[in-house]
Design a protein around this ligand. Structure first.
Ligand SMILES: Nc1ncnc2c1ncn2[C@@H]1O[C@H](COP(=O)(O)OP(=O)(O)O)[C@@H](O)[C@H]1O
Ligand SMILES: [Mg+2]
Length: 220
């Protein structure tokens, strides 16, 4: 039994933000709009825009500002713009008519230039939750999204972390991800009673900080 499902990324992000133990690990997230986009882009230099009800990396767009030029990356294509207005117009053409969120962009640790992130899957069995898998997903060359359906390559989390960090750090990060998962499961179950499986997408940035990108209630 898969249990209750929730597609709304904004709703799930807000639930986790209410838990102080993990709030600091969630990239700043806002509903899409011109004011939020301008402010976040100028603050973080990189933001990611994604459909509130999305999946598989579809429609995920990266926007950057380097102090001089704005750029927009969708799939393997990247375009540059000289003004915020031009960028915003291009973005509205690239988007479809759906609700989007804007998220602080995370500079993921990479392997041979390719970003990697992690999927932790847990399922409810009886009264408790059990770990099903913990894998790394390495982005297909040229892409910033790691989703397997976009050509990402799967490996064990141990191998992925081991190739990004020193041994001690890699062991620590795995442990930390498990601890965060335990906390998040508790919050999710309390907020959304009836859920039966969860898949957490974790990023680990170049400094080794763990970030929660999203929670799936119907993980593949
Ligand atoms: N804030 C972010 N910073 C950097 N990369 C991100 C960010 N959010 C998402 N990504 C990349 O895009 C992928 C897809 O985003 P995600 O939030 O998991 O949505 P989806 O439901 O499409 O899988 C992630 O696995 C990650 O590789
Ligand atoms: Mg995902």
């Amino acid at each position: 039994m898969p249990g209750r499902q929730l597609a709304d990324k904004w709703l799930k992000t807000k639930a986790l933000l209410a838990e102080p133990a993990v709030a600091g690990h969630i990239p700043q997230t806002r509903l899409y709009g011109t004011d939020h986009l301008r402010a976040m882009l100028h603050r973080f230099g990189m933001v990611v825009i994604k459909p509130v009800r999305g999946g598989g990396g579809h429609g995920v767009i990266k926007v950057e500002w380097n102090g001089r030029v704005y750029s927009l990356t969708k799939g393997t294509s990247k375009a540059a713009y000289g003004s915020f207005g031009a960028l915003y117009a291009a973005l509205n053409r690239a988007k479809v008519k759906r609700r989007y969120i804007i998220q602080q962009g995370i500079h993921l640790a990479r392997i041979s230039g390719r970003p990697i992130d992690y999927r932790v899957k847990v399922v409810k069995e009886g009264d408790g939750w059990v770990y099903r898998s913990m894998v790394g997903r390495l982005a297909r060359p040229g892409l910033f999204v790691t989703n397997l359906c976009k050509g990402g390559r799967q490996m064990t989390a141990r191998e992925g972390l081991g190739r990004c960090f020193r041994r001690r750090t890699a062991v620590l990060k795995r442990r930390e991800m498990r601890g965060m998962t335990n906390t998040c499961v508790r919050v999710m179950e309390h907020t959304f009673p009836g859920i039966g499986e969860l898949g957490f997408d974790y990023g680990v940035d170049v400094y080794g900080k763990i970030w929660i990108f999203e929670v799936n209630t119907r993980p593949q």
